[in-house]
Design a protein around this ligand. Structure first.
Ligand code: X5A
Ligand code: ZN
Length: 655
């Protein structure tokens, strides 16, 4: 399948031979018009470069990739799907390729896609076979496109062929003489491995274990397939295990709790002959899509624990992971484990979320008839180790939603009712149903959290912090006063919204000559704009609104709690107190983690003004562009070139 291009010294003291696959040809799969995309070629390049500069690659047995043969793909994927992936990059498809991709869910295709898909699948087959034979101790395949969302007859979620499923099938059914009879697949990508789950649904030789953000079916791929009630069927019943997170922000403590109290006991009982890891690194701290906080150290402990099984025969295949620095560091930490190096401890939080224990307990109860070891009760000492509750604020209009969540909890966990009554009662509820008095608004608003979604210069965190802490960054013509409450955002996450980004106005007080960023108040499904969400208090949001519109007025608050309710109802609200501000239209962009997302932009009538030429559309100045680029690059979304291209495109499109 592949050629060994370099053989390192190996880990001489214990003779570990660790395989590593990388092939530049997998970079040929790119968006057709170079539109920025989180799943881009730099992902595998940064990992490869990091492993080199850290001296890790030199100690591995390095392989380049060869394409998988159709006969090894066909048991896993349908004929039509294989034909499509094989041919879609050919000339004959030039005119149809974009349309085909557009019909699929989260897929792009270009002239290099077919080759990359075959190389990715072939690489995983190859190292899996070498590990199964004992020729390698373990291996890591740095591949793309990823695979775990790909279903028998459908490419989706950036995945074309299901690399791990193809390799698993190959080892079990095409190389049965190697004696690998049972394979454990651990899918730690932040998304549910829906494709892999389906392929081994009725197969007891494959234990599929996936831990992922689920949020009751609202996180990608946004269906019920990742629920913990999905346990497999027929002979495969009990051999499919999902651990669905109820919220983002999960970190090392949450994952290790799942490892210690779910995966390890089951793996011991299953006793796999080999382990395949769908190793996405999008649960890593800093990932723009995952919103979780696993550290490189967290990954290294997770992997180390897996090495205790199957005589250490572990094969990692890259899946997702979109923050370039995070994935490089996470992959490095994993390679150090495969090579038996000492890992440097360093973790963030001490305790899992309370919801993590609740989920673990629900999964254990669901599966205990299949895995006797799960019948034991979790130590009560552990159950009391709950994290200090995050400040959960139920904002004035969200009672309906929270009741709904409570109802879901009751439906899903009747058995663990005991465990949730107490934490629920401990929730901090904003008890002020009362009317605002002018003197109390700050303290009341400080109890309500919102996400402020930024799309312009504020995406660069240091620039946004000027609105909180006060200060002035390069290119800014004015110093910001900051907010009364100077505490930093509690959380930052990136998200795309279907609103057009554009640049306009001749000049502004803050940036001088040149356009500044706006988003069209109306959403539009052709557009995808990156926004950086800061979780701040509603009080801070009011202070940001003032500075953003440079009102200098004493009209506080600009938006009160009634306004917050009505913006959520109506979708937008124009601040009457601000006559001439550029950003006096507050938009509601739905909720994230139950917290409303607000942004500020121009009004619809301003958009008409831009169209008619009353206000000019203008490209942003160099300084303003630089600030935007820094935001996008430091947020880990784009390379510098990609960020510039993204801004250029927005600046050149008409309204
Ligand atoms: C492999 C992977 C994510 C797809 C997200 C689509 N896919 N919005 O991480
Ligand atoms: Zn993913």
């Amino acid at each position: 399948m592949a050629t060994e291009v370099a053989s390192g010294r190996g880990n001489s003291k214990i003779g570990k031979r660790v395989g590593l696959v990388y092939d530049e040809r997998m970079c040929k799969h790119r968006t057709p018009d170079e539109e920025p995309h989180p799943e881009n070629p730099n992902r595998i390049r940064v990992i490869w470069n990091k492993l080199h500069s850290a001296g890790i690659a030199q100690r591995c047995v390095v392989f380049s990739a060869k394409e998988a043969e159709d006969k090894y793909i066909l048991p896993v994927h349908g004929k039509d799907h294989v034909n499509l992936i094989r041919n879609v990059s050919s000339k004959q498809y030039d005119s149809r390729r974009k349309r085909i991709a557009a019909r699929l869910n989260s897929i792009y295709l270009n002239e290099g896609s077919s080759e990359a898909a075959y190389l990715a699948a072939g690489s995983v087959i190859d190292v899996a076979e070498r590990v199964a034979k004992g020729e390698l101790s373990s291996a890591f395949a740095i591949v793309r496109p990823p695979g775990h969302h790909a279903e028998r007859d459908e490419a989706m979620g950036f995945c074309l062929y299901n690399n791990v499923a193809i390799a698993t099938n190959y080892i079990l059914n095409e190389r049965s003489e190697l004696g690998v009879k049972k394979i454990l697949i651990v899918d730690w990508d932040i998304h549910h491995g829906n494709g892999t789950q389906k392929m081994f649904w009725k197969d007891p030789r494959v234990l599929f274990f996936s831990v992922h953000r689920h949020e009751f079916g609202s996180f990608y791929p946004a269906n019920d397939e990742g629920d913990y009630t999905m346990i497999g069927e027929g002979p495969g019943a009990g051999y499919n295990i999902n651990v669905p997170w109820e919220n983002g922000r999960c970190g090392d403590a949450d994952y290790l709790a799942v490892w210690d109290h779910m995966l390890m006991p089951v793996a011991r009982e299953f006793n796999p002959d080999m382990i395949m890891v769908s190793a996405g690194f999008d649960a890593a701290m800093g990932d723009p899509l995952g919103g979780c906080r696993v550290t490189p150290y967290g990954y290294s402990v997770m992997l180390k624990k897996l090495m205790d099984f199957a005589k250490g025969k572990v094969v990692l295949a890259l899946e997702g992971g979109y923050n370039l620095a995070s994935i490089a560091n996470s992959a490095l930490a994993c390679m150090e484990v495969l090579l038996d190096d000492k890992v440097t401890p360093g973790s963030t939080e001490a305790y899992p979320f309370e919801s993590t224990w609740r989920v673990i307990q629900a999964v254990r109860r669901k599966l205990k008839s299949f895995w006797p070891t799960l019948s034991e009760e979790l130590p009560t000492k552990l159950m009391s180790q709950i994290t200090p509750l995050p400040q959960i604020v139920i904002s004035s209009d969200s009672e309906g939603e929270d009741e709904e969540v409570a109802q879901i909890l009751l439906d899903r966990f009747p058995e663990v009712l005991q465990d949730i009554i107490q934490p629920l009662s401990a929730l901090k509820v904003n008890d002020s149903d009362n009317v605002q008095t002018s003197s109390s608004w700050r303290s009341d608003f400080s109890k309500v959290d919102i996400w402020y979604a930024s799309f312009g210069s504020n995406m660069w965190k240091p620039r946004f912090l000027c609105y909180i802490e006060g200060g002035q960054m390069e290119g800014m013509q004015k110093e910001c006063s900051g907010s009364m409450d100077k505490s930093p955002p509690k959380e930052i996450l990136w998200k795309t919204y279907a609103h057009q980004l554009f640049f306009g106005r001749e000049s502004t007080k803050m940036w001088g000559p040149g356009g500044v960023a706006f988003i069209h108040p109306k959403s539009n499904h052709q557009d995808e704009t990156y926004l950086c969400l800061y979780r701040i208090t509603f009080e801070q949001f009011n202070d940001v609104l003032h500075q953003e519109n440079i009102t200098g007025s004493m009209d506080f608050p600009l938006l009160d709690l009634t306004g917050l309710s009505s913006v959520q109802e109506k979708g937008s609200i124009t601040l009457e107190a601000v006559k001439s501000g550029c950003y006096r239209n507050v938009l509601y962009l739905g909720k994230v983690h139950g917290i409303p997302v607000l942004t500020m932009t121009c009004t619809l009538s301003d958009v008409e003004g831009f169209k008619s030429g009353k206000f000019p559309l203008r490209a942003p100045s160099r300084e303003y562009t630089n600030t935007l680029v820094r935001g996008l690059v430091e947020g880990g979304l784009f390379s510098e070139e990609e960020a510039k291209a993204y801004i250029d495109e927005a600046a050149s499109k008409s309204l």
